[in-house]
Design a protein around this ligand. Structure first.
Ligand code: DAT
Ligand code: MG
Length: 152
């Protein structure tokens, strides 16, 4: 049974626009398993740590202000290939370049309002899950139909 996990966050614009259920639904329909879920208004410090890799970029200040401006729905999803698959479901960073059918391609217009975050690799996923969640906040559970979702 694969334990691959990724960190997904619905940003304040996605929450404000009422896309929480739409976005969770896309991951559920794909077949991934929700193992962590909470809503919070991130502190500046959390936002800065989360986007630390972009610290030197000109948009860093605005990005941190935006992410900590309102409720974020933070999630951990589990399943085979979930890190890459989630990035595909999410679509390109610039909504203009995101294909229709992807979350950003269907629901967003602007790079600064691209409604969702997803970890971009194994190391990032581990770092972000540890940053946003305590171990006790994550559920170990089996879906009743797991053998119909993935062979292993
Ligand atoms: P992604 O969110 O697809 O992983 P990223 O890690 O390159 O993209 O950037 C993180 C976020 O920062 C992105 O979702 C939106 C914002 N951002 C990235 N590039 C930007 C730019 N050139 N101008 C404004 N915001 C930008
Ligand atoms: Mg990124």
């Amino acid at each position: 049974m694969t334990k691959e996990r990724t960190f997904i966050a619905i940003k304040p614009d996605g929450v404000q626009r009422g896309y929480v259920s739409e976005i969770i639904g896309r991951f559920e329909k794909k077949g991934f398993k929700l193992v962590g879920l909470k809503q919070l208004i991130p502190s500046k410090e959390l936002a800065q740590n989360h986007y630390g890799v972009h610290r030197e970029r000109p948009f860093f200040g605005d990005l941190v202000d935006f992410i900590s401006s309102g409720p974020v729905v933070a999630m951990v999803w589990e399943g085979k290939g979930v890190i890459l698959s989630a990035r595909k479901l999410i679509g390109a960073t610039k909504p203009l370049e995101a294909e229709p059918g992807t979350i950003r391609g269907d629901l967003a217009i602007d790079i600064g309002r691209n409604i969702i975050h997803g970890s971009d690799g194994e190391d990032t996923a581990k770092f972000e899950i540890d940053l946003w969640f305590n171990e006790e906040e994550l559920c170990e559970w089996q879906t009743s139909d797991s053998k119909w979702r993935s062979e292993n």
